[in-house]
Design a protein around this ligand. Structure first.
Ligand code: MN
Length: 500
């Protein structure tokens, strides 16, 4: 059995998706969950990009023990030095150095000729190798790079100590057969390729990221770059859950391979990443979508009850979907809550558990039955609120068919209380305008969604929004049994992200 190395880049390429920015503590939380999931390498960020990015990579490097922690760097001295410094404290640090090698990129991005690019790659890998024991090199836009030049550059960086060669389909242009022959050709034409692991990095511009990644594995690649929920630049990256579950489900095709992923943790981390980034998982998304294991037609339902494998190729339990269980109610104690939170994969300090317990009691007063999904929403809401500069104290709206909607909002900011009133096109619009009066920011709403977290009339509503504030796209989320309150919380979440 050969192990396929899972290299997760949710915190780097995933975070590069427009509007997906996360705070360093959110990144750390995701890193812990990735470690628990069993990913081999965590690409924690692009340290030179900003002091915040640097700090986040450093925090992840210091805290993660089981997975390697990797920082990204261009072929620039300052980049490589910053990346090396950020992962220094990691148990197994790795630097990922990249340089564009396709004619299109070399000509229009760098205005450099092949020999200069080759020289730069060699010198940068040499420097990186001096500062870090583990080097991964990516010839960016590899799938559109001239073959002979690609072989030459790969051979040279392996000679300088690169132990992983990552082949990026940077623009998501390839199709599976092409990727297969590219990997095969690299193995046949690079004389020292046996000294390195071949890796694949695919984008989903044509919907083929997962197919291309698997095709690379069948050709000889032994590492796959992927992200949770497939988030990433443009149409996103190959999704971790799809790649891993394909290898697990199609034992007939991938009989010689396995991954170190504890697939039962997939659903939890998918939920967490969605919550932190504000990227809602589409209901029809493979493996983690709400409908991925739902059967609507009578014929299917009947057959499933008789024998699951008639219409279900994967067991929902394998990805951590146990169905929504009734867990707690008004009379449940702190212990029961603590145990359930642990079961859901949260690692909270005692004081955090106490805070969650207080909000749980409030929720249980409004809602008879508290489900797992309610608890997850509750904890995530609290995590968001902890770092809130602006905190919602109260919201009041009057609306109706014959009245102009009016809102009054009370917000705490730096220990002072502010109040504002406004009218609007609807109750949510009125609230947002009132918030704007207090923050002196005006957000333009690009996307607004409200969804029930669980079922029933008393279900919590979760609002997910995207707003543009001074030309920056920011996402926000909030949940409450009152959808107006959830909407205002989501807006404040976005405003707070902007303020940070
Ligand atoms: Mn990429």
């Amino acid at each position: 059995m050969e192990k396929i190395i899972i290299f997760d880049t949710t915190l780097r390429d995933g975070e590069q998706a427009p509007g997906a920015a996360m705070s360093s503590s959110q990144k750390l939380e995701i890193a812990f969950q990735l470690e628990k999931l069993g990913v081999d390498v965590i690409e924690a960020g692009f340290p030179i990009a900003s002091p915040d990015d640097f700090k986040a990579v450093e925090m992840v490097a210091r805290s993660i023990k089981k997975s390697s922690v990797c920082g990204l760097a261009r072929c620039i001295k300052a980049d490589i030095e910053a990346a090396a410094k950020s992962v220094k404290k990691a148990k197994s640090p790795r630097l990922h150095v990249f340089l564009a090698t396709s004619k299109i990129h070399m000509r229009y991005k760098f205005r450099k000729v092949e020999d200069e690019i080759l020289d730069l790659a060699v010198k940068s890998t040499r420097l990186a190798r001096r500062l870090c024991p583990e080097i991964e090199f990516s010839p960016e836009d590899a799938t559109r790079t001239e073959r002979d030049f690609l072989y030459r550059i790969i051979e040279s960086v392996i000679n300088e100590g690169a132990s992983t060669i990552n082949i990026p389909d940077t623009v998501g242009y390839s199709y599976p057969q092409e990727v297969h022959s590219l990997i095969t050709d690299i193995m046949d034409n690079v004389p020292n390729i046996n000294r390195a692991v071949i890796s694949i990095h695919c984008h989903d511009d044509l919907g083929m990221a997962t197919a291309n990644s698997l095709s690379a594995v069948l050709a000889g690649a032994r590492q796959v770059h992927c992200t949770i929920n497939g988030i990433g630049e443009r149409a996103g990256n190959a999704s971790l859950e799809e790649v891993v579950m394909s290898i697990k489900t199609r034992r007939d095709v991938f009989k010689d391979f396995s991954t170190g992923i504890n697939t039962k943790n997939i659903f939890n981390i998918s939920r967490l990443v969605s919550s932190f980034t504000g990227f809602v998982v589409p209901p029809n998304k493979a493996v983690v979508g709400k409908n991925a294991f739902r059967h609507e037609s009578g014929i299917h339902q009947d057959a499933i009850l008789k024998k699951r494998i008639t219409y279900e190729i994967m067991d929902p339990k394998d990805v951590g979907l146990g169905g929504t269980r009734l867990v707690l109610g008004k009379h449940s104690g702190r212990h029961a809550l603590d145990r359930r939170l642990k079961g859901l994969g949260f690692r909270l300090t005692q004081s955090r558990v106490n805070e969650v317990f207080r909000s749980f009691k409030k929720l249980a007063d409004k809602k008879k039955e508290v489900f797992d999904d309610d608890l997850i929403a509750l904890v995530e809401d609290q995590t968001r609120e902890k770092k809130m500069a602006y905190q919602l104290l109260s919201v009041k709206v009057t609306t109706g068919t014959d009245t102009v909607p009016q809102a009054a909002v009370k917000i705490k900011y730096k220990k002072k209380t502010f109040e504002a009133k406004s009218t609007g096109d609807g109750p949510v619009d009125a609230c947002y305008k009132a918030v704007d009066k207090i923050t002196s920011l005006s957000g333009r709403l690009l996307d607004y969604r409200i969804e029930a977290v669980t079922s029933g009339k008393d279900a919590m509503g979760e609002a997910s929004i995207k707003v543009s504030i001074k030309n920056k796209v920011i996402s926000g989320r909030g949940s409450s049994t009152d959808i107006i309150e959830a909407s205002v919380l989501a807006y404040l979440n976005a405003v707070n992200k902007y303020a940070l």
